[in-house]
Every structure is written in C-alpha cells, then in structure tokens.
Ligand binder design. Structure first.
Ligand code: M6R
Length: 604
C-alpha cells in the first residue's frame, strides 16, 4: 500500500507535495516520486528509498509548477527501484496509484505495440488512458472508459499533458479524499496528507471518480452519474502529525495511552451510572456467537476479547485471522455478531471478511480507529476506538484502545446476558476506569526498561510465553519486538513449549514470560523453570505478588501496578511496548518505519 497526494492550483506545489508525502510515508517507503506540469511540460523526479532521497534529487534537479502529483510506495508488483517508482508515464499521461490492478497482465497483452518500461501493474493504466486519447477520446472519456476495464483495488491521481489545469482521481478499494482549498484543490490518501493544507475534506466513495480544477471539483459515481458527497471537517489539523517533542512517533504514541484509553472509555462507559454506554447499542442477549476477525496486532486484541467474552459474558467467541477467514468458508449463523477489529479500517483482508459476512446476512460491526474508513462506512455498526491518528508503523495506542473498547463490549454483553450482577458490572467498570492512571504509573518504569532492553540487543532469538488471556499479549510482545528490532521472536502458550519449541532454548536465550498473579500463575512459573533449567534468561512481566512468588527465577522483572485481573492484559502490554521500543533504539533501527512494512495493508 502506498500514499498519494495531488494539488491543482496557481502557486508552486513541489514543496507542499513533499511535505504531504512525508506525512504519508508511514504507508510505504520503498521509493517516492513527484510529477508537475510546468508551462505545458510534464516533469518528473523519482528516487529509490525514502522521501529524503527524493528531496536530495530535487535539490540538484528542481522541478515545480502549479499542478502536481506525488507518491510514496510500498512495493507489490515490481522490485522497489527507481524504475518502478511512481508516477508512471505513458504518452501524455502521468499517474500515481495505491492498490493492485489484478487484471494488469491481460490488459498489457491487449495493448500490443506499447512500450512498457516498468514491472508495475500501474503503468498499464497510464497506457490505457493514453491509448484511448490517441484514438480520439477526450481525457474525461478516456479516464472513464479505462476505469471500466480495471479489476482490483485503486486510488489514482492523474495529470495529463494538454489538460494542464486538471487533476483526475478515482477510488475503488483504496481510500482517497479531495481537499477543498481557497483557489486550489487537493487529493490525498488520508486526512494526514492534507493536514497542513485544508481541514475540509470530501471522501470519495467506492467506484467514485472525479475531476479537480483550481476552483472546484466534479464527482461521478460508478455509473458515471454526477454526485454530491458530504464535506467532512477534520479537527486536529497539523498537530495530528507531529512528534510532540518525542524521538519517534511510536514513543509519543506509547506515552499518549493514558489519554487515549481515557478517551475510549468516555465513549464506551457511563461513569456516572456505572454502566457500559456503547456508541451504538448492541443487545447481546440476542446474540449467540461473536466472530472477531482482524490481522496482526488487532487480531491479538480479538484473542484477548475471546477470553473475556467467554469467561465474563458466557458468550461463544471465535477469532480468525482475516486472510484465512473467508477462504475456509466458515459456518455462519444469523444470530452471530461479526466484529472487524482494525486500526486503519482499510486492511484488505479484514474488509473482505466483513463483506463476506454481510453478504451472508450476518450483522457486522467495525471497531476502527479511522471513522472515515471503508470498514466504518460499510459495517452495520461502526465502533470508533478514539485513539487518534497512529503514525508509528508498530501499533501501540490503537491496540490498548481496541482492548478498552472490547472490554466495554464484554461488560455490556455480560450485563445483557445476566452472567454477572450489577455489583460485578460496577466492579469491572471500576477496574476499566482505573486503567489510564495505571498506564501512567507503568510508564514511570521507562528508565528501567530502557536499561533492561540493552541486554536484548545481542540476542538473535527471543521467546514470549503466557497463559490464558496473556497468550495474545505474549504474541503482541513478540510481534512488537520482531517488527521494529528485527530480532527473531516467537510466542507460545506457555504449556506448549515442551511439545517441541523447547529444543531451541540454549544458554542465554531470552524468554519473556507474561504472568501477573492469577490462578494460572504457578503453572506458568513451572514452564519458566523448565526453560531456566535449560539455560534461558527470564524477563518476567508481572505484578508485585507475582514478583514475590517468582523469587529469583527471573533475571529481569518488568513490574506492572496492582490491578483487577480483568484489565491486566492492557497493563502488561505497556512494558512490552517499551521493551521492544528501546531494544530497537539501542540497535539503531528505523523505529517508525521498519523495513518491509507499511502501516495499513490494503492488498491481499
Ligand atoms: O489497520 P489494521 O489494524 O487492520 O492493521 C492490522 C495489522 O496490519 C497491524 O496491526 C500490524 O500488525 C501492525 N504493524 C502491528 O504493529
């Protein structure tokens, strides 16, 4: 997945395109490029690598003009080199694209005699538009008929030589917004891209395409009818996208969690009445199964919620990794509630699972951080997490807000299904309300964790263990460590290690054990002893009671504050985030933009 931005106006655009592109860099950073129309000439500059590399090239070879498009790439078709970097040219047409054109090979074959210069799926679109125009179509007709030939997902920004005052745009499966300026119009993959330019956005809907000029825009739907779309005013503006004095977005986002969890709570709990108060009411008495589907970190939030739904609300819950869900043809019942969990609300696999359930008559909810996202729009019920924009590629505050919102859903389910009485409801709510303060307390252990992290930097492998509701937290801890430090980290249910993986334990192997005191603690501790006796070094995430019982078994203790067992998955997450963060910082990796990754994955 990639980021795109465009400006059509009367003043210079290159600097502003580059600034917008930097705010989109979290979406992909394999290569970047910009194209402008200047005095009737289409000019382009591209570079392999990050936007800084493009800036350096522009420094020695500046291009500028009043109309332009730019792109930052996460490679799918074609290696991440300069040749495959967007924008792509064909004749008079120059295009940037986020998505995948699935039938690009067939389309390429249909364009006999055209000279293709790249390995990308995108280039064929530029050729199709140019070919249509060579055969006499107007630019508008050529764009329209090209879109009709495409299969797959796209957000396009396009400029055409000879149509110097226009920006062409289209959206199907990948997000795209028009920004409204004063005497100029903008195009961006998300609100962040346009944060410095405007707060007035029009989100294109599925199948929409548009033509922008400096003083207005026309939008057409998939049947080519002119349509009006609502203007959304974005609050937060430029402040959404800065690091607020922190070294990395990830660290800023870790530190934001007392506030973000608090914001989630205020949208899910009526503190005065001590009852859950969901953004949209759900009657869980009518539901006999919850199906949670997600990818990556969001799937671990779903896994924790499975424990909660079953144990607190007595409600059957399944969790599926989205990329597997629909292909295994799940058996669905009408009384199920499907919940897509997704920070971005755009992850292609999760969206496909949501659509699958909808088409099978299952009620769908989307627990998302981006309320303008496709999932929020398409689900029957949109549940916002309110974590605010998350820029670090490694998800932190979105995860704890997902857990918080899911915990509120579980309390509502338990109350509706009468599996707990009002006193217990109130107990659970009090526990949840204490989380922001307890996270703030956990963050005070940061200097200690920073030191502990130094001991991980020489590790080639690490293991993460947990039992019960801490299994998914162990998975999340391992994912955080591997994605930003590149240390190979594996996670297991603690009881499973002895069935094979224990063979990998050697002298000094770091094993992170997530085990606050609970009824499974002693068993987890036994599993820790099994690896200690084979040379492992234990990093234990536990509370005071756990620390006392562990007495000397652990080489390092990452202590969480005393809390209700219900909320301890949220609290155990915090030291794991800091441990991964500081390990990566000590190793000098690119924390906010780790290699090979992108923030939201809008391809299958
Ligand atoms: O936007 P989503 O929550 O749907 O994204 C899902 C995963 O791609 C995401 O959580 C990914 O695993 C993160 N990089 C984890 O830090």
């Amino acid at each position: 997945m990639c980021g795109i931005i465009g400006i059509v106006g009367n003043a210079s655009v290159t600097d502003r395109l580059i600034q917008g592109l930097k705010r989109l860099e979290y979406r992909g950073y394999d290569s970047a490029g910009v194209a402008v129309i200047s005095d009737g000439n289409l000019l382009r500059e591209r570079a392999e690598g990050k936007i800084a590399a493009l800036e350096a090239k522009l420094g020695s070879n500046p291009i500028d003009g009043p109309v332009g498009i730019a792109h930052t790439r996460w490679a799918t078709h074609g290696v991440p080199n300069e040749t495959n970097a967007h924008p792509h040219f064909a004749g008079r047409v120059c295009i940037v694209h986020n998505g995948i054109i699935e039938n690009f090979l067939d389309l390429r074959q249909s364009l006999n005699g055209r000279n293709f210069r790249t390995e990308t799926d995108t280039e064929v679109v530029a050729h199709l538009v140019d070919e249509e125009m060579s055969n006499g179509a107007s630019a508008k007709e050529a764009f329209q008929s090209t879109l009709a030939k495409l299969k797959g997902a796209y957000a396009f920004g396009m400029v055409i030589d000879g149509e110097d005052d226009k920006l062409f745009a289209a959206r199907a499966g990948s997000p795209l917004a028009i920004g409204i300026g004063d005497g100029e119009m903008y195009l961006g993959s998300d609100a962040l891209a346009l944060a410095q330019l405007t707060s007035d956005l029009v989100y294109l809907e599925e199948g929409d395409w548009a033509i922008l000029t400096s003083d207005g825009y026309e939008i057409f739907d998939r049947h080519n009818n002119a349509v009006e779309r609502d203007v959304t005013v974005i609050v937060g503006g430029p402040a959404m996208a800065d690091k607020g004095g922190y070294a990395h977005y990830m660290l800023k986002e870790i530190h934001e969690q007392p506030e973000t969890v608090s914001r989630t709570l205020s949208n899910y709990i009526d503190e005065f009445r001590q009852t859950p108060s969901l953004p949209t009411d759900i009657d869980f008495a009518e539901i006999d199964r919850v199906i949670l589907v997600a990818c990556g970190t969001a799937s671990f939030a779903g896994e924790v919620a499975k424990y909660w739904f079953e144990q607190v609300a007595g409600l059957a819950a399944d969790v599926d990794i989205a990329s597997e869900f629909r292909y295994r043809k799940p058996v669905l019942s009408e009384n199920s509630l499907f919940i897509a969990v997704s920070q971005s609300g755009e992850t292609a696999d999760t969206l496909a699972a949501l659509r699958y359930c909808k088409s099978h008559g299952v009620k769908t909810a989307a627990l998302v951080n981006v309320m303008t996202s496709t999932m929020a729009r398409e689900a029957d019920i949109a549940l916002p997490t309110h974590a605010g924009p998350e820029i670090g590629v490694a998800s932190t505050k979105a995860f704890t807000s997902q857990l918080t919102a899911l915990a509120a859903l579980v309390i509502k389910a338990a109350s509706d299904r009468k599996t707990i009485d009002s006193e217990a409801v109130s107990d659970h709510i009090k526990a949840l309300m204490s989380v922001p303060g307890l996270i703030a307390q956990s963050l005070q252990d940061e200097p200690h964790i920073q030191e502990v992290a130094k001991t991980l930097t020489s590790a080639e492998h690490a293991f993460f263990l947990g039992r019960g509701q801490f299994v998914p937290i162990a998975f999340e801890g391992a994912l955080k460590l591997k994605e930003i430090s590149y240390i190979h980290a594996e996670s297991y249910a603690a009881g499973e290690l002895k069935h094979g993986p224990i063979a990998l334990i050697e002298d000094g192997t770091p094993v992170v054990v997530v085990a606050p005191m609970d009824e499974l603690f002693e068993k987890t501790l036994s599993n820790a002893q099994e690896v200690i006796s084979r040379g492992a070094e234990i990093y234990m995430v536990t509370d005071k009671a756990g620390q006392q019982h562990a007495a000397g078994a652990a080489r390092h203790i990452l202590q969480i504050p005393e809390c209700h067992n219900f909320v301890s998955p949220i609290l155990t997450t915090i030291p794991l985030q800091l441990l991964a963060y500081y390990t990566a910082v000590h190793l000098g990796t690119d924390v906010d933009q780790p290699r090979n990754l992108a923030k939201s994955v809008t391809v299958e």
